[in-house]
Write a protein that binds this ligand. Structure first.
Ligand SMILES: [Cu+2]
Length: 407
């Protein structure tokens, strides 16, 4: 079976791939940006040859080689151990010392993921480190992110990564195409504070295909002196709730049952047709229905302050915390702008991440939903916070329980 490393390999859909995507050409090319001469010996024999790099990408590669080297000798190197969502890696809210080079490692893993246990809906998810969303990365402004991106030899597909936080080369996408069995290292400076999406972007129809197969995540760049409210006072959180909202477009057969596939990439032709409807079959938090409810619900105590980081790499969303608020909301997710106060529902633009901070005032269960309630209730976009503590009657009290009224 051929690997699906290049859109052109999917015979039935070559036309779709090449039609209607501004980046189709750029994509084909960026695959070739990875340093001519070494590619052929690294490629598995059954993998299609890399397409020739267009002139502008070769020029970009040459420009890098010709550019003066940067002296980073004054920087301390640290390694960040990435953890699976919804958790955040160990980090400082206020940076100590000067800017650092933060080394991280991610693998492009293709994993069979059950999206909904009730229906058996599944997908060969394309992931960073095996999770949907990919891990949350946290650095401070002016740190360097130094990513080693590795594509296991067993993979079916080529992958790369576009960091919205970075500058140049298609967000790094042009410099990080890795075929099965390859790895690459990209370093970029995190010049702007905020929460930013990252995602795979191999080119053409493969861009939405990879993104809607789970290949996206969040990089949080904290201000060096930490978060602040609109007046400039420090804001601190007790925990981070990292929520990646994912729209899936799962192909169905003529009976309306979800189709299954043997390997990653095999669903490409069907997926393109499903994606063209622009109507997701699922819109879930953290990869599957129920990933953040029940036993998987977030836990907190009254008085705890949570920073909810919400990533949506493809499609608009409008999160709302039922029974709570956004005390401070960076709807666009960019911390150089003052947060909005006391929000009820905020808007996450597809292709971005946002952040909202809330201090729990009452115990009980809070539902964090996409307040397109059809998506929350029918498509899966619901998470729960279970909060312990003492009830405050001054804030709410059931004065009279429901009872039958004599008429
Ligand atoms: Cu990918």
């Amino acid at each position: 079976m051929p690997k699906y490393v290049n859109p052109a390999l999917v015979k039935t859909n070559r036309r779709n791939v090449l039609r209607g995507s501004l980046l189709a050409g750029a994509a084909a090319m960026t695959a070739g940006a990875g340093m001519a001469g070494t590619a052929s010996k690294r490629m598995a024999p059954h993998v299609a040859p890399r397409p020739a790099a267009p002139k502008f990408i070769l020029a970009e590669a040459e420009a890098q080689v010709a550019a003066p080297k940067v002296d980073l000798s004054g920087y301390t190197r640290v390694q960040q151990e990435l953890v699976a969502p919804p958790f955040a890696p160990k980090h400082e809210q206020v940076a100590t010392g000067g800017p650092k080079i933060v080394e991280i490692r991610m693998e492009t893993r293709e994993v069979l993921l059950t999206v909904d246990e009730d229906t058996g809906a599944s997908i060969w998810a394309l992931t960073y480190n095996g999770s949907v969303p990919g891990p949350l990365i946290i650095v401070h402004q002016d740190d360097y992110v130094e990513l080693t991106l590795s594509n296991p030899a067993a993979s079916q597909m080529e992958h790369n990564i576009d960091f919205h936080a970075s500058s140049g080369a298609l967000g790094g996408g042009g410099l990080t195409h890795v075929y099965p069995g390859e790895e690459t290292v990209l370093r970029f400076k995190a010049t702007r504070p905020g929460v930013f999406t990252y995602h795979c972007a191999p080119g053409g129809a493969m861009i939405p295909y990879h993104v809607t197969h789970g290949m996206n995540g969040t990089l949080m760049v904290l201000p060096r002196d930490g978060l602040k409210d609109a007046e400039g006072n420090p804001l601190r959180y007790d925990t981070i709730a990292y929520i990646g909202e994912q729209d899936f477009y799962l192909p169905m057969d003529e009976n309306g049952d979800y189709k299954t596939y043997e390997v990653a990439g095999e669903d490409f032709a069907d997926s393109v047709e499903a994606m063209r409807t622009l109507t997701p079959t699922h819109s879930v938090f953290n990869g599957s229905v129920g990933a953040l409810t029940g036993e998987n619900a977030f836990k907190a105590k009254v008085g705890d302050t949570v920073l909810m980081v919400h990533n949506q790499a493809n499609r608009d969303s409008r999160p709302h915390l039922i029974g709570g608020h956004g005390d401070h909301v960076w709807e666009n997710g960019k911390f150089a702008n003052p947060p909005q106060k006391d929000q009820e529902t905020w808007f996450i633009r597809g292709g971005s991440a946002g952040a909202a901070m809330y201090t729990f005032l009452q115990p009980g269960v809070y539902a964090y939903v996409n307040h397109n309630l059809i998506e929350a209730a029918l498509l899966g976009a619901t998470a729960h916070f279970v909060v312990d503590g003492a009830w405050d009657n001054a804030l709410m009290e059931q004065v009279t329980p429901p009872h039958v009224v004599e008429t």
